[in-house]
Design a protein around this ligand. Structure first.
Ligand code: 13P
Ligand code: SF4
Length: 308
């Protein structure tokens, strides 16, 4: 079956939109109505007039779209598309932790569950985190969850001392300084660009740090002809398409990825054209959240969109 043609037809017939993150497979990225980082996808979801949203990404992203569109049908191609970072912070555990810091505001990275967002004062993404943290007064007490690497990066840039939840993304956290050093030796003219979910040990070598969209924009702006890319593999599709004359080398972990030498997020890679097609025909894997969670989580997401 030509799933691409079928999906394009069904999208029209059902007044639906397909949103996709850069880490999904190229054939999905190429037919998406919106391809973007977490912020761009949330902003698109906030404005769409579609009746149905199919979210080719991971669960927390589809939940964010649902929170912004409680009356619309939001579907995810594979309900098992979780996120190791979001899973590293269970809302009930965080609620206990928060009790130790009653005066602290909670700033949550968007890679967390709807329940976590409901416990937060404001949500941030990797593209607006510094700006939003800086919008708090200098002496504001803050807990940042769930990504300790992004939190540490923000603390360093802003001179804050936010308390950090001890979570991480298994893909970015597995990248190691020793591998980066090797790659820099092998490609001395290449710039290193990195996602802030990487550890400080990796980020210290980076020429540029940013969200997926920001990394992409940097490759277009920079005069460099080659880049070592410290994030998930999927981003290379758009980077190469927008910069056909430039060379991109994915930074992967020699320890964890010995077998395939790749840097794939297995959750993002659960999305396929066939599963997207199934969403249209059977409405399977609809995102369902309670009214209470939607109302509470919406406050912290809308605050982020307002401050972005
Ligand atoms: P971006 O918002 O930068 O696209 O990041 C999302 C993500 O899950 C990174 O691992
Ligand atoms: Fe989550 Fe990491 Fe996958 Fe991003 S790459 S969706 S943070 S598991």
């Amino acid at each position: 079956m030509d799933y691409k043609e079928l999906i394009l037809k069904l999208k029209e017939e059902q007044n639906a939109v397909l949103l996709a993150h850069y880490y999904t497979y190229p054939e999905i990225q190429d037919i998406a109505d919106c391809l973007g980082d977490s912020l761009a996808l949330a902003q698109y979801a906030q404005k769409t007039n579609a009746d149905k949203i199919i979210f080719a990404g991971v669960y927390f992203m589809a939940e964010t779209a649902k929170i912004l569109n409680p009356d619309k049908k939001v579907l995810i191609p594979d309900a098992k598309a979780a996120c190791s970072l979001a899973d590293s912070c269970k809302a009930e555990d965080f609620a206990e932790f928060k009790k130790m810091y009653p005066e602290h505001k909670v700033v949550s990275y968007v890679n967390c569950s709807a329940e976590m967002k409901a416990l937060s004062d404001v949500v941030v993404t990797s593209s607006n985190a510094v700006k939003i943290v800086e919008s708090f007064k200098k002496d504001e007490k803050i807990i940042f969850a769930p990504d300790r690497n992004l939190g540490d990066y923000i603390n360093k840039l802003t001179g804050r001392n936010m308390i950090l939840w001890d979570g991480c993304c298994h893909v970015h956290n597995s990248l190691m300084a020793k591998d980066i050093v090797e790659l820099r030796k092998k490609y001395p003219d290449a710039e290193l660009i990195a996602h802030p979910e990487c550890t400080n040990m990796v980020l210290q070598f980076a020429d540029f740090i940013g969200s997926t969209t920001q990394l992409l924009a940097y490759t277009q702006k920079s005069s460099s002809k080659s880049f070592i890319v410290a994030t998930e593999t999927g981003i290379l599709h758009k980077m190469q398409a927008l910069n056909p004359d430039k060379k991109f080398i994915i930074a992967s972990s020699s320890d964890n990825y010995k077998s395939c030498s790749c840097n794939d997020c297995q959750y993002m890679k659960l999305n396929t054209l066939e599963k997207i097609y199934n969403c249209f025909v059977s409405d399977e894997n609809e995102i369902i959240l309670s009214k209470e969670i939607i109302e509470k989580a919406k406050i912290s997401i809308l605050k982020m969109l307002e401050l972005s």
